[in-house]
Design a protein around this ligand. Structure first.
Ligand SMILES: [Zn+2]
Length: 324
């Protein structure tokens, strides 16, 4: 007797019936860039990310309404401030670009949309690093002080979730205790627990103006080495023990093994960040007619989910919500 697995692939109905992984709108988080230098109503396309924009503070409120109407549950916000300095002071300014945006979005949309705020220094420092710098070194413990100030000011503005993306040691614990002390017990932490030093972030740096500009040219002393996987488990374990409610693996597609390990080893929700380079790679190939854009997008996101992601941060969130 021949075993015939093809019987279950004979038509779309039966394929749908036996499909193991399902992608829904509820899995999606849309990243948004807010540029304090833009006037109300202006938006600026990001050259290396076709169809992705930087919004003004007013513009992002309108964009969030559209996103909520599409049934997408959450956005993650990144800010481009008017003013940068050595210590990222505009990141924890009560009237900073993200703080203002959170208040405006919450005023308009209330609980219709979850607001996650990326919590880091790199978009706000003149040197472009995720930590403070002294004597050609990225300082760890001194940076925690700034990170917890940023997280607290986002909490004061009404954020639902803070997402520390800096990869300093001990930051989740520090942020958690500052939030508890100030009675923001309900603000969740989504930590970028396994964040790799990746060349796939290239277009994002275009979008967020966050390339390292100091004599320290890369982020390899704090982001992870792409040759390592067990180290990711250690990073995730530390963040969970320090109080992370959810963890992220970033990037996603070249790191599906890490997503799978994270899902199998821990009992907290795991997310995959499908980063700018993954987006631009497919967009560029599609522009050249080298692959079917919509099919490639769906396949990419399904594979991230299949590998273990409970949710996906993706620049295609709006488009995929329309297709689903
Ligand atoms: Zn950063």
């Amino acid at each position: 007797m021949i075993i015939r697995p093809r019987r279950l692939r004979a038509n779309q109905k039966i394929r749908d019936l036996v499909r193991e992984t399902v992608l829904t709108k509820n899995d999606l988080i849309m990243p948004l860039f807010i540029d304090e230098n833009l006037n109300a109503g202006d938006k600026k396309e990001i050259p290396s990310m076709p169809n992705q924009y930087r919004f003004s503070i007013d513009g992002v409120v309108e964009e969030c309404k559209e996103i909520a109407d599409l049934g997408i549950p959450a956005v993650i916000l990144f800010g481009i401030p008017r003013y940068k300095d050595e210590i990222a002071s505009s990141a924890y300014d009560k009237n900073g670009v993200i703080q203002k945006s959170i208040r405006k979005i919450k005023d308009e949309l209330g609980d219709e949309l979850l607001i996650i705020a990326d919590t880091c220094l790199c978009e706000y420092t003149s040197h472009g690093h995720c930590g403070l710098i002294k004597d050609n070194k990225v300082l760890n413990d001194e940076t925690l002080e700034i990170l917890s100030k940023i997280a607290l000011s986002y909490a004061e503005s009404g954020v639902d979730v803070v997402a520390p993306s800096d990869m300093m040691d001990g930051r989740v614990g520090r942020i958690r205790s500052v939030l508890e002390e100030n009675d923001y017990k309900d603000v969740a932490i989504m930590s970028y627990a396994a964040k790799y030093a990746s060349s796939f972030y290239g277009p994002f740096r275009d979008a967020a103006e966050s390339s390292p500009k100091s004599s320290i040219k890369d982020r390899k002393t704090y982001q992870m080495d792409y040759g390592n996987s067990r180290e990711a488990l250690r990073e995730i374990e530390l963040d969970i023990n320090e109080g992370a409610d959810m963890v992220l693996v970033k990037p996603a597609l070249p790191y599906l093994d890490i997503l799978k390990m994270a899902k199998e080893n821990f009992n907290v929700p795991v997310g995959g960040y499908c980063v700018s380079g993954e987006y631009s790679m497919i967009e560029a190939a599609a522009q050249n007619g080298w692959l079917n854009r919509e099919e490639a997008i769906m396949e990419a996101l399904y594979c991230i989910k299949r590998a273990g992601a409970d949710f996906i941060i993706t620049y295609w969130a709006k488009e995929v919500a329309n297709l689903l």
